[in-house]
Design a protein around this ligand. Structure first.
Ligand SMILES: O=C(O)[C@@H](O)C(=O)COP(=O)(O)O
Ligand SMILES: [Zn+2]
Length: 212
């Protein structure tokens, strides 16, 4: 488990990096990190570029707010990932442009909304499920993620944006960036005949690099 002081510093640093590179604008998005005695979450209505390490919200193991500013309204969504994916050490939710565009398209396969276009998205993100639309902050979002029983490291919230988990914050951030770039490729390639990786090629990647 991550040391809390270091986790707060890293969270502020990586969230600023996401913000500075346009992966989050305004106060969109929220990020969390699992500790041995609870979860750190970005406060609600704060720009990811402006996180103060000392004011990052802390929830205890029962989900009670025990420190820092009022947490994101999406606490349920983050907790659902931690409860169903024991190896998850961090969760990143963004409104990054291309993944959010994909979440608004009518003809995306909800069972596999980021098909295997390149090896890296298979290795870093895995299969991505689309979650039906819910109001931001609705506890129902957590129930929908729990219903997936931890099978997916990443989901797209319909008409809203991506949520990506990782074994630590750095890998969750990298996976969120990879998902965004793949969504961009998918939209750039719409209307073109595309060669996806075959199931044999995906299987080779999974057996060589492991599943997400
Ligand atoms: O879309 C929303 O409203 C939230 O999912 C979000 O991205 C920002 O909400 P807070 O984390 O409560 O600021
Ligand atoms: Zn959101």
């Amino acid at each position: 488990m991550t040391d809390e002081h270091a986790a707060r510093e890293e969270m502020a640093h990586l969230c600023k990096s996401l913000f500075d590179r346009g992966f989050s604008v305004g106060t969109a998005g929220n990020v969390s990190v699992r500790l041995h005695d609870g979860i750190l979450m970005s406060p609600t209505n704060v720009r990811l570029g402006d996180l103060d390490p000392a004011r990052i919200s802390k929830l205890d193991l029962d989900g009670h707010h025990v420190g820092g500013d009022k947490p994101t309204k999406e606490t349920f969504l983050h907790q659902a990932f931690y409860d169903t994916r024991p190896d998850a050490g961090a969760v990143v939710h963004l409104h990054s442009t291309w993944a959010t565009a994909l979440s608004c398209l009518a003809d995306v396969d909800p069972q596999d909304c980021i098909p295997p276009l390149t090896p890296y998205v298979v290795m870093r993100v895995g299969t991505v499920r689309m979650i039906p639309y819910t109001r931001p902050g609705d506890p129902k979002t957590g129930e929908l993620i729990r219903a997936l029983r931890g099978q997916y490291a990443a989901v797209l919230l319909s008409n809203h944006g991506p949520v990506v988990s990782g074994k630590n914050l750095f890998s969750a951030v990298c996976a969120a960036e990879e998902l965004e770039e793949t969504a961009r490729l998918l939209i750039a390639l719409r209307g073109q005949r595309v060669n996806l990786l075959t199931s044999e090629q995906v299987g080779e990647l999974r057996s060589t690099f492991g599943t997400i």
